[in-house]
Structure formats: C-alpha cells, structure tokens
Design a protein around this ligand. Structure first.
Ligand code: NDP
Ligand code: KPL
Length: 326
C-alpha cells in the first residue's frame, strides 16, 4: 500500500469532529488551523467531541471524549509525500491565494478529499493543484464548534467518498483519479473512528442530491431566520420550498441528478435536522460570508451553461448577498 498520512485542514465544526474522532480512535491525523492561537489551545487541551449533543430525541445521552491532537497553523505544516488532506473548510476560504499556498506547501504526491458543500471547489483545486488526486466527500454528519477545541456532534450521518466530479467544465475533464489504496486507507481509518463510510462510484449524483437539499434549506432558513424544522411548518414556507426545489431539480437533472423522491428526502432532512440552524443561517448570524455563490449561485451558472435561466435561484442569491457580507 502507498504511504499515506492524513491531515485535516480547517479547525471548524467538521474539522474538529474529524480530527477529534480519528485521533481518539488511535489514527493520527494532524489538524491544520488558520490561527496559531487555536493550534496552541488544541495542543494543550486536545479536542473534546460531545456526541449526541443537539439531538431532537430528549432521551439522547451526551457523551464527551477528549483526544490529544497534534495541531499546527496551516502555513507551518510540513506535509510528507503521500499526504491526504481532508479539506474541512468553507468554499469561501478557497481563494486563488489560498490554493496557491496549498500548492506551495504540498508535496508532488498528495490527495485532497474535499468535504465542502456546494460545487465549484474542484474546478478551483484542479486549476491550482494539477498534480492533486482529487476526491470528493459528501456527508450528512452534523457538527457545531462550541469552542476552539470543542465540537458538538449534533447529528450522526454518513460519509460517501469517491472521485471528484467537475461540473463547470464542459465537456467534463476529470481530475487525476484518487489512488485506490489511499482511498481505502482513508475509508478504513474513518470507519475505525466511528463514522459510517461508503465508497461511491457516482459522486456526481451524491453531490447533486446534497446541492439540491442545500439550495432549498440553506437560503430560505437564512432569509427567514428559522431552524430547519420550521421551514415546513406553514403552507407559505412549503410553497417557497417547492418553487425553489422544482427549478433547482429541473436544472440538476440535466447534469446527472436521477429521478427519485428528492422532495421526500428534503422533507426528511428538515425533520431529521429540525433543531439545527443551517450553516448559512449560522454564517449570517456570525456576520461571515456565506456559501451562497457555491450553492444557489452555482445553480444559476449551471442553468446559464445550458442557455437557461434560474430566476428563483438568481433572486435568492441576490437576497442572501444583500443581507450578508457577500
Ligand atoms: N458542519 C457540518 O456539520 C457540515 C459542514 N459541511 C461543509 O463542510 C465545510 C466546512 O464546514 P464547517 O466545518 O461547518 O465550517 P466552519 O466555518 O465551522 O470551519 C471552517 C474552518 O476553516 C478554517 N479556515 C478558513 N480559512 C483558513 C485558512 N486560510 N487556513 C486554515 N484554515 C482556514 C476556519 O478557521 P477560523 O475558525 O480560524 O476562521 C474554520 O475553522 C463547508 O463547506 C460546509 O458546508 C458539510 C456537512 C456538514
Ligand atoms: C443538511 C443541512 C441543511 C443541515 O443543516 C446542511 O447541510 C447545512 O446546514 O449546510
């Protein structure tokens, strides 16, 4: 098997969950933070993961565990040949200068497994990191950072791993395939850490399904400032959801979204994550840039590539941008 060293980039909700659980299970995974301060706190205190927190079920028992984790600010990280980076950062952080910094620090042989919601990130990574083995991870896990070294695991879900699709490129040109042994190694380590993981040979479909869910729940909950479960509570809100859903699903079908009960899946996600603030609402409340460009903005671009319009997605993108920092 090719030598692989796992590193997690981004000490936010998902990054703390991944690094905390991997290290707790005896799988060393260095965490690359943005700040020196956060790395220092984690080196001192380890990462605490509170499992079961935020569960809708009142009988859920919270269990906390703390793991020692090696943490360094990203620009000081040393990445040996064969490093696999679990990228747990928002789309908004993947600027050309950040991708150039990654290229500078990563060895020739490396893999990037991107957990980002939305689409467009693989095009940016592919353009800036031509020798990267690019892999996609789609997850229904839910996590919320509650301190620099503490994360609440607010929903147990699944992780799908596989080759990265490139949606914007027409005709599609595929990124360098992830090394099979390396992906199996990552899968086995994540399973050892307690995650439910499956390899998928159709990440396009997985990502489009997640995109459809995020394109409806995220902007509406952000604009209405409500929890995910409250979205289905009135006929007016359901009607907004339905219009946005119909338009988005119609476009995503042209890119490989299969026919299926996606509307039921959407309602199920609202019920399963009823008490969550969506990530977009959290960004708005914290005054951060949202991932709207990579979600509804991306749907508008996908429609334009087909010579079509997506007026619901276009308007909702403008509305979210008009109440946030971009
Ligand atoms: N949280 C969840 O449950 C889920 C999240 N996702 C997706 O995963 C991705 C990550 O989400 P999440 O963890 O919630 O996001 P967070 O905003 O909680 O975390 C992002 C992290 O990236 C760090 N970061 C930003 N810029 C840099 C940089 N230049 N160098 C190093 N680190 C940097 C931030 O650092 P700092 O805090 O210092 O600013 C922050 O810790 C998103 O695309 C999200 O949509 C998908 C499924 C579930
Ligand atoms: C599934 C959902 C909507 C859960 O909150 C999510 O992925 C998000 O908030 O970004």
């Amino acid at each position: 098997m090719r030598e692989t060293k796992i590193a997690v980039a981004g000490g936010g909700s998902l990054g703390l969950l991944l690094a905390g659980k991997l290290n707790a299970a005896g799988c060393p995974a260095e965490l690359w933070t943005r700040t020196e301060d956060q790395a220092r706190i984690i080196e001192r205190d380890g990462i605490t993961v509170i499992d079961g927190a935020g569960g809708a079920d009142a009988t859920t028992v919270n269990a906390a565990m703390t793991a020692a984790v090696k943490a360094v600010p990203l620009e000081k990280a040393a990445a040996p040949s064969g490093t696999a980076v679990l990228l747990a950062m928002k789309q908004t952080a993947l600027t050309p200068s950040f991708v150039a910094r990654l290229k500078h620090m990563l060895p020739e042989e490396h893999a990037i497994v991107a957990f980002c919601n939305g689409i467009g990130h693989f095009d940016k990574l592919q353009a800036g990191l031509p020798s990267a083995e690019l892999a996609a991870a789609v997850t229904t896990e839910a996590a919320r950072r509650s301190g620099p070294a503490e994360v609440a695991h607010t929903g147990k879900g699944q992780i799908w791993l596989g080759q990265a699709p490139l949606f914007a490129a027409i005709p599609p040109t595929y990124a360098k395939s992830p090394d099979h042994d390396r992906m199996q190694y990552i899968e086995s380590r994540l399973i050892q850490a307690g995650f439910t993981v499956s390899m998928s040979n159709n990440m396009t479909e997985r990502m489009l399904r997640k995109l459809l869910i995020n394109a409806v729940i995220n902007p509406l909950t952000a604009l209405l400032r409500i929890r995910n479960g409250e979205l289905t509570s009135t006929p007016e809100r359901l009607s907004l959801m339905r219009q946005l859903y119909d338009e988005t699903a119609g476009i995503l079908r042209e890119y490989g979204l299969k026919d299926g009960s996606h509307w039921d899946e959407l309602l199920h996600v609202c019920a399963r994550t009823a008490s969550n603030h969506s990530s977009m609402l959290q960004d708005i409340l914290a005054g951060r840039k949202t991932e709207i460009d990579a979600i509804n903005g991306a749907v508008v671009s996908l429609a334009a590539n087909l010579g079509r319009q997506a007026p619901w997605n276009d308007k909702i993108t403008r509305m979210v941008k008009s109440i946030s920092d971009g």
